[in-house]
Design a protein around this ligand. Structure first.
Ligand code: ADP
Ligand code: MG
Length: 393
């Protein structure tokens, strides 16, 4: 270990650290002249340094023991770096094409060294604001979500392994849904739904979820899709991740009218976002069930001795997917509401300069979110969700 106690990084400390850490130094071919170091953390919680040398590069992410933009008066456990490293490694082994490789982890320094996702990779949310289509996005996202969720659930794990795996993560949960419950204070029907989702969030250790799978946690190019930043990973309900991703795509959809101008009415782009929502879900459904069929003798969830009848298994799968759609819509809607009424707003809307235009977009998104939340159990498939979005624009 390079340092014996935690030190927040600056450029000088970072260089000293890299020199003393063989796994990082070797990535740079042990050449330390002409290093370019750039701090790019746009978040409020961590330092993110991009380090580029003449023979290699990496990213260093360090968790700070307090909220960065507020200071030491608002502490936050830096142990989240451990969960992020653990989840990145797990994502990397289950879905290597869609997670940055981890080169180094240091618990004392709360520091991760990982692959630099070099340009033209950009944050998906920025691409969505700019109106860029990513033809492989739905295929890639459905792939990594299906694999991570399936192989970390009781459909694949036996009970002992599952308990062991989740005990590594679940000391750490963040009270994400508290503010949502507050935001909908006046609406009893909404509150009932939020309470149910909160119980799922806290009590259902279904699979390893990323925990923050919004469009700011995905980096993309035309043909690459990489999921970053699982610092809030935990064993939770599968719908939490799919809901976060789809909910953020729906927000991006509603923001488009605010980005439309004389050159581009964004109509075709809105249609692409809807297709991406539809394809992500449908491809996820197909891939997840294919993994289930291929591994149906594994896992303790549905023991083969009891569920080996093909018709019965089909029934079980159908119910599983429908319940998951309902969870997804619930969590997705709650995310949307939080991002409109809560503390952390999204750039999709914030970047709309005209305030009344922005408010109009937000209001339509909010109406849809409320409908999804209250009526989520009535939706039979993703096409009905798409129709609801089309009717509320
Ligand atoms: P935080 O959790 O503090 O928000 P992120 O993990 O989201 O930090 O990283 C912040 C920003 O740093 C990202 O939005 C992205 O622009 C950049 N970034 C993070 N990891 C990488 C990486 N592996 N390669 C390239 N850029 C990265
Ligand atoms: Mg983060």
């Amino acid at each position: 270990m390079a340092f014996s106690e935690f030190r927040p990084l600056d450029e000088k400390v970072l260089i000293e650290y890299i020199r003393a850490t063989p796994s990082l130094a070797s990535k740079l071919g042990n050449k330390f002249d002409n290093l370019t170091i750039k701090e790019v953390g746009d978040g409020n919680l961590n330092f993110v340094f991009i380090v580029v040398g003449s023979s290699g590069s990496f990213v260093i992410k360090q968790a700070l023991p307090y909220i960065r933009c507020i200071g030491e008066s608002w502490p936050m456990t830096k142990e989240r770096a451990y969960f992020e490293a653990l989840a990145l490694k797990e994502h990397g082994s289950l879905s290597p094409d869609h997670a940055p490789e981890v080169y180094h982890f240091d618990q004392t320094m709360s520091l991760i060294g990982m692959r630099y996702l070099e340009p033209p990779h950009i944050i998906l949310r920025k691409g969505l604001i700019a109106g860029v289509e990513y033809p492989l996005l739905a295929d890639h996202m459905s792939d990594c979500i299906a694999k991570t969720l399936f192989f970390t659930s009781l459909l694949y794990h036996n009970t002992t392994d599952h308990k062991k795996a989740l005990s590594q993560y679940n000391q750490w949960t963040s009270p994400y849904l508290d503010s949502d419950a507050e935001a909908v204070r006046g609406d009893k029907a909404l509150k009932l739904e939020v309470a149910e989702l909160k119980s799922l969030f806290c009590e259902r250790a279904q699979a390893l979820v990323h925990g923050d799978l919004h469009t700011g946690s995905v980096m993309v190019t035309h043909d690459s899709t990489q999921v970053i930043d699982p610092e809030f990973a935990f064993y939770g309900p599968m719908g939490f991740d799919i809901g976060a991703f789809l909910g953020n795509l729906i927000l991006a959809f509603y923001a488009q009218d605010g980005h439309a101008n004389d050159q581009n009415d964004r109509k075709a782009y809105k249609a692409w976002i809807l297709r991406t929502i539809e394809n992500t879900w449908n491809l996820f459904d197909r891939k997840f069930l294919a993994l289930w069929d291929a591994n149906k003798d594994s896992g303790d969830a549905y023991l083969p001795a009891i569920y080996n009848n093909p018709a019965l298994l089909q029934l079980v799968q159908k119910k599983f997917i429908k319940d998951l759609l309902h969870d997804t819509l619930g969590f997705g809607a709650v995310k949307m509401i939080r991002r409109i009424l809560g503390v952390a707003h999204v750039e999709d809307f914030e970047s709309i300069a005209d305030a009344s235009k922005r408010a109009g977009c937000e209001r339509r998104a909010l109406e849809l979110a409320k409908l999804l939340l209250k009526e989520r159990k009535k939706f039979q498939d993703i096409n009905e969700v798409i129709s609801a979005i089309q009717q509320h624009q």
